[in-house]
Design a protein around this ligand. Structure first.
Ligand SMILES: [Zn+2]
Length: 408
């Protein structure tokens, strides 16, 4: 057999390679071996029919929370964190990036408890606050924002760290932003900025047009505080200026950062997110955000083209975190694959203030592969009719067989 696994007859969308048509995907040794139409079924050990599904690279979610700092009561940030495998594959996600749940003082513990422990490919941004994202108070602690130590922890853990992060800062100074950017620069990595409380002393337009550097990421782009639409209905020029500078716009939906008021006109005027991400934590997953495919569906129903939605959920975020080896289905690439069902029907979606938007499409993850292995199979596509499995399947002691009670 030439291949271990063959995904047959799916609609492959691989924006990096410009593929958008029906093709088969062959996998061997956990890697993509071939992506062409009409690969014979007898060349593969296992064939999975994925007709009517979109076959995309495994989704890359660059804004999640997977760490609870030990020893804190009422740590709203940490306590709402999730562990990756329970939430990744079921929504087509194969790579998850934690955004600043840990800082330089808690990073070792985070790495030991989470990053080195789960199947999901995990990376992390390091919080500029040494204790990380524990509570709002902890994230205001300027004396715990050490550029040099943060940068050195980032460099020491460069195999899993992808950048620096600040979040939820409420002071009128630029200090949390500037130190984060400095730590990122010192480590040679991008910074992701959650701008915290928006204040006139440090306006958002200045952040994205002057302070941040190309490759830095502004997350929560559709937050209610971000000015998007001018009185004449057009988008503000500073947004285009920031994009021209190479600033990355990331969704980071979360529990408070997605408003139709901003997202709808942005998409209508062609200002698409560079990356779609969830800001996954237990609060928003049970609210308007839900999961990666739900956030993708929201962008889709307001008019972002399907191909662009997939691009912003695969190759773009992989590039943003400096891991261009993920997020595509090139021959030789690791076989992280999502098979999505694009459902047609009457659907409705919430934003974070219960704003509702109705649409006719919804993406659902049906099959997820990590390194060529099936890790999520919503519709039993790998299954065998149980009647074909014989009378004693499931009996562990096949030598004695099923031990029967005496007949009366
Ligand atoms: Zn977050």
């Amino acid at each position: 057999m030439r291949y271990e696994l063959l995904l047959k007859n799916g609609h492959v969308i691989d924006p990096k390679n410009g593929v958008d048509e029906i093709r088969d995907v062959a996998i061997v040794d956990g890697k993509i071996a071939d992506v062409t139409a009409g690969i014979p079924e007898d060349q593969a050990k296992q064939v999975i029919d994925v007709s009517n599904l979109l076959v995309t690279p495994g989704l890359v979610d660059i804004h999640t929370h997977m760490y609870a700092t030990p020893g804190y009561k009422n740590a709203w940030a940490g306590d709402n964190s999730i562990l990756p495998d329970g939430f990744s594959f079921r929504s087509g996600v194969t790579t998850m990036v934690d955004t600043g749940s840990a800082g330089c003082r808690t990073f070792e513990d985070f790495r030991m408890r989470v990053l080195d422990r789960f199947q999901t490919r995990t990376f992390a941004f390091v919080n500029i606050v040494g204790m990380g994202m524990v509570t709002n108070d902890v994230e205001q602690n300027i004396s715990d924002m050490d550029v040099d130590i943060t940068a050195s922890v980032m460099k020491e853990n460069a195999d899993v760290v992808v950048g620096a992060k600040t979040a939820h800062y409420r002071g009128p100074e630029w200090i949390s932003v500037d130190r984060t950017l400095a730590a990122g620069k010192a480590a040679g990595m991008p910074s992701m900025i959650d701008f915290g409380l928006f204040l006139k002393e440090r306006p958002y337009y200045e952040l994205v047009t002057e302070r941040m550097a190309p490759g830095d990421i502004t997350t929560h782009m559709f937050l209610g505080d971000v000015p998007w639409v001018r009185p004449d209905g057009k988008l503000f020029d500073y947004l285009y200026k920031a994009r021209e500078r190479g600033i990355i716009f990331d969704v980071g939906h979360g529990g408070g950062s997605f408003y139709w008021r901003n997202a709808v006109p942005a998409i209508a005027q062609g200002f698409f997110p560079d990356s779609i991400s969830t800001d996954l934590h237990t609060k928003c997953m049970n609210d308007a955000m839900q999961d990666m495919t739900n956030v993708m569906s929201k962008l889709l129903v307001i008019g972002m083209p399907l191909n662009e939605v997939i691009r912003a959920s695969t190759i773009n975020p992989a590039h943003e975190i400096g891991h261009p080896e993920f997020g595509h289905l090139s021959v030789g690439a690791v076989a992280d694959v999502a098979c999505l069902n694009l459902l047609e029907g009457d659907f409705a979606y919430l934003d974070v203030r219960d704003g509702k938007f109705e649409g006719t499409q919804r993406l659902r993850a049906e099959l997820t592969l990590l390194h060529g292995q099936v890790v999520w199979d919503w519709n039993a596509r790998t299954g065998i009719d149980y009647r074909e499995l014989g009378d004693t399947y499931g009996v562990r002691n096949q030598e004695d067989g099923l031990i029967l009670p005496p007949e009366p």
